[in-house]
Structures are given as structure tokens and as C-alpha cells.
Design a protein around this ligand. Structure first.
Ligand code: AMP
Length: 210
């Protein structure tokens, strides 16, 4: 099954993608995580993306489309996947169609702006890819990662003024993509204000797996 998980920054899409893919047995492909590791490794893509991400802007479509289409051709994607963070523009959605990728289901996470701000301000990440939250999902090792022991970091684009810019971009550029899939009749919306497990159960029910 080919699924997309969409929603504003802080709507909980990454958390749900991790929970759902564990249960469904397909890989979670997060474009944000791919870009952050490309930046850490200073690859060509990482160098191109760095400034856009730090400023809360979208990375150009041509860079993203190449990155994602290459990744979806890898072997672990043969049995399906959950794509988190792509497409974020109509041009990206159209590029998927053009590449012959038929999306089965789009899950849209909805949360109020107040919840989004609260979630993003407590978010902590590790360079190994693990994610935490000071309130909702604290690391048992305090300031350090449970998986690899490194010191946790605050994402550069989680600063309040950058968060506001990212939200604005979501409503102007990504909300039309949500409408694009709504018209295709393959979209479900999930209200994500509740606990993580409850939201996961609701999505599984919508998938007929509840
Ligand atoms: P995320 O972790 O999904 O919030 O993504 C972090 C940042 O990576 C975004 O604010 C964008 O700068 C960039 N990014 C991730 N996915 C995309 C995409 N599909 N198109 C453009 N930029 C993206």
C-alpha cells in the first residue's frame, strides 16, 4: 500500500508515520529526515537544501522530486511505503502522477495552531534520526538520546519565528495539495489533538485494520 501522511508542521505526522509503519510493516520515508541527514553528511543535495530549511522555506521542487523518486525506486519500497512530508506542492504531486505512482491513501492530520506551537517548541531530535518531546515523549536519558547517547538538539527551523513562516507556507502551498487528493476521493482526515495511540487506532480503523 502506498500512503501519504500530510499535515501542518507539528500536526504529528512524523510520530504517526513511525507508529503506523511499525504496525503495517512498510518503511516510513520522511523527506525532512532525508534532508537533515543529507545536510549532516554535506552531500550535494544537503548543500542545496541547507539554507532553505534553516529559513523555514521549501526546498525547490526539482531537488525534492529527484530525491524522492530515487528513494521510492529502492528495494524496500517495493511492497509499499508511507511517505511523510512529500508532496508539499502541486508540482510535486503532479510529478508523482507523471512517474506513474498511484497513491492508495492520503492521511491528513489536523491540529489547532495552539497545539502545533506547543508541540514544536518541545520537540528534540538526535542526529541518528530518533525524535523526542520534552513533555509528550521525553528521553529516559534526559538531554541525551536513548538510542545512541548523543546530546539531543532543537531543530533550527523550530524557532518561533521560523515556525510561523512554515505554517504560512503550509497553508499557501501544501493545503492545495490536500484539496487535490480530496478531489481524487482517496483522502481521510484525522483529528490529532488526542493521544498518539488513539490517533493511530483511528487511522488503522480507516484502513480497515482496526
Ligand atoms: P519536515 O521534517 O517534514 O517538517 O521538513 C523539514 C523541512 O524540510 C521543511 O520545512 C522544508 O524546508 C524541507 N522539506 C521537507 N520536505 C519537503 C518537500 N516535499 N518540499 C520542499 N521542502 C521540503
Amino acid at each position: 500500500m502506498k500512503m501519504l501522511i500530510m499535515g501542518a508542521p507539528g500536526s504529528g505526522k512524523g510520530t504517526q508515520a513511525d507508529a503506523l509503519t511499525g504496525i503495517l510493516g512498510v518503511p516510513a520515508i520522511s523527506t525532512g529526515a532525508m534532508l537533515r541527514s543529507a545536510i549532516a553528511a554535506q552531500t550535494e543535495t544537503g548543500k542545496k537544501a541547507q539554507q532553505y530549511i534553516a529559513e523555514g522555506k521549501l526546498v525547490p521542487d526539482d531537488v525534492m522530486i529527484d530525491l524522492v523518486l530515487d528513494r521510492l525506486n529502492e528495494k524496500d519500497c517495493e511492497g509499499g511505503y508511507m511517505l511523510d512530508g512529500f508532496p508539499r506542492t502541486l508540482a510535486q504531486a503532479e510529478a508523482m502522477d507523471k512517474a506513474g505512482i498511484e497513491v492508495d491513501l492520503v492521511v491528513v492530520m489536523e491540529a489547532s495552531e495552539e497545539t502545533i506551537m506547543r508541540r514544536l517548541s518541545g520537540r528534540r531530535i538526535c542526529s541518528c534520526g530518533a525524535t523526542y518531546h520534552t513533555f509528550f515523549k521525553p528521553s529516559s536519558k534526559g538531554e541525551f538520546c536513548e538510542v545512541c547517547g548523543k546530546r539531543l538538539e532543537i531543530r533550527e527551523d523550530d524557532k518561533p519565528e521560523t515556525i510561523k513562516k512554515r505554517l504560512k507556507i503550509y497553508y499557501s502551498q501544501t493545503a492545495p495539495v490536500v484539496e487535490y487528493y480530496r478531489k481524487k476521493g482517496i483522502l481521510i482526515t484525522v483529528e490529532s489533538e488526542r493521544g498518539v495511540d488513539e490517533v493511530t487506532r483511528e487511522v488503522l480503523k480507516a484502513l480497515g485494520r482496526g
